[in-house]
Design a protein around this ligand. Structure first.
Ligand code: G3I
Length: 469
């Protein structure tokens, strides 16, 4: 098991040149090692993370969320209190932002969540409803929310946590007013709102076989027997390091045998603080166990970790003295757990000195077109198009090349360009920070030349060499 997490944060250089604008990302040279999402794609698996849209302002967070994961779940932005805080007053800004981000980065979205007793606005939680009124309220919420993202969100936690740890239906407004039928009703409403979506129920402490997961097993059988449109079950996977149930795979298998899709929807494996190397290695073994359990069952379609890094995890706020539950640490460094997921997905699981860590640009082919759109005496206008031929998005791209002798860039658009010696570094502006898989960005600049402008060489996107086309 590798033991040395390596730094992966982008380093920002200071800007000096007056006409050349801003800082460019420096990317350490490294050999190619695929990020988790590329390995997961090869396995046909969703490898997701819970993402908070307001944190997308942070470049490291955004790049890591885009580079490492092929699926995202809204951590809080799609919950009832966020989406419909007052009756009929919907608020979409946070939810929309992550949907747009996922689309830019070729990611699937797991919709979390529609009918849940928690993070429910007071007007629902404490409302006095007749069954007909509450049915209407639920239908409006489900239809409006799923309808907005029809075709964009593929899977939904339609009902979240309807059963308590005592294996009985939880005392919620939904259960009080409608009885246990609220689950089947919610599923029917969801099917009507988006017939293409895959519909889940989702809960914690049902990862192994126990009284609560037995209750879900019975519930799933009942729902299927009565024709309710249940497609999947989410095992949240909020686990304690060194204390994992040993029968996670059998539990996944029994739900898969009912014909249900199974996902590990909110995985984190917490430890008591402070972190030690021994605890990190135990945690890495725990992550291997969960990954292997999912990969061993064909009906298990994905694993989502609940947060991008330890710095964004709900765990320290809710469990005093516990934390470090995720595979990437507070400083965006890969933990042993990251590499155990990497290995479980078929990667080399190595963090040797030349391997990239989370959030660094992925593998793939980069092509550059370098065109003179006009030229005169001792000047020219150049348009550069960078094509990302890899299977994953490149965030906060950095294109470098060697400037031909006698040429000096004097102004630029759609890129921030810095020159240092003969090396030119072009980076993004606000509106083109991400190059989607198979996508491209273009930018331009004006340059001087000594009489005949020439196409430079040595183009690299991050650490990856580019070919000229
Ligand atoms: O938005 C307010 C902010 O205005 C206020 O200043 C701040 C002060 O505490 O609180 C903010 O709200 C917090 C919210 O997250 C948004 O950050 C709540 O206090 C906090 O309790 C809430 O926690 C969320 C928790 O669900 C609530 O149940 C966690 O972020 C979120 O990770 C967690 O996710 C749940 C899943 O949805 C369902 N399964 C369990 C999982 C972990 O609890």
């Amino acid at each position: 098991m590798p033991t040395t997490p390596r730094p992966v944060k982008t380093v920002l250089a200071s800007v000096t040149a007056a006409v050349l604008l801003a800082a460019a990302a420096a990317t350490p040279a490294h050999a190619q090692s695929p990020p988790l999402r590329d390995l997961a794609d090869q396995q046909g698996l969703r490898m997701g993370a819970a993402v908070a849209s307001h944190l997308l302002d942070d470049a490291d967070y955004r790049r890591t969320a885009a580079t490492e994961f092929n699926s995202v779940t809204h951590e809080n932005d799609l919950k009832w209190e966020s989406v419909q805080p007052q009756p009929g007053q919907y608020s979409w800004s946070g939810a929309d932002r992550l949907v747009e981000f996922a689309e830019q980065n070729g990611q699937q979205i797991h919709g979390h969540t529609l009918v849940w007793h928690s993070q429910l606005p007071s007007w629902v939680e404490n409302g006095s409803f007749t069954p007909a009124e509450l049915t209407q309220v639920m239908e409006d919420h489900i239809d409006t929310t799923m309808g907005r993202y029809r075709g964009q969100i593929q899977t939904w936690d339609v009902v979240n946590e309807p059963i308590g740890d005592d294996a009985q239906f939880r005392n919620s407004v939904f259960h009080r007013v409608l009885g246990e039928d609220f689950i089947a009703q919610s599923l029917h409403m969801a099917r009507a709102a988006d017939p293409e979506a895959t519909l889940f129920i989702n809960d914690y402490n049902i990862d192994g076989i126990n009284a609560k997961s037995d209750a879900y097993y019975e519930l799933a059988q009942d729902l299927l027997a009565q024709g309710a449109p249940l497609d999947g079950i989410g095992l949240q996977g909020h686990l304690i390091s060194g204390q994992l149930p040993q029968d996670i795979q059998q539990n996944i298998q029994r739900f898969a045998d009912l014909g249900l899709e199974v996902m590990i929807t909110e995985l984190d494996i917490r430890m008591t603080m402070p972190v030690t190397q021994q605890k990190l290695e135990q945690q890495a073994r725990d992550y291997t166990q969960v990954m292997d359990a999912c990969l061993a069952v064909s009906g298990c379609s994905g694993v989502t970790v609940w947060g991008v890094t330890d710095a964004h995890s709900w765990v320290p706020d809710h469990f005093t003295g516990e934390g470090a539950a995720l595979p990437i640490d507070d400083d965006y460094e890969a933990k042993p757990a990251y590499w155990s997921i990497h290995e479980a997905l078929g990667g080399d699981g190595q963090n040797g000195p030349d391997d990239p860590g989370p959030g660094e640009p992925g593998t793939g082919t980069c092509e550059v077109a370098y065109d003179f759109t006009s030229q005169w005496g001792q000047g020219a206008v150049v348009e550069v198009t960078v094509h990302n031929g890899s299977g994953s998005a490149v965030q906060d791209w950095s294109l470098t090349w060697e400037r031909p002798s006698g040429e000096q860039i004097s102004s630029a658009w759609n890129s921030l360009i810095q020159q240092s010696g003969t090396t030119v570094t072009a980076g993004p502006v606000e509106w083109n920070r991400s190059i989607a898989p198979g996508g491209q960005v273009s930018f331009g600049f004006q340059t001087t030349h000594a009489g005949a402008p020439s196409v430079p060489g040595g183009f690299s996107l991050g650490s990856e060499s580019c070919t000229i086309r």
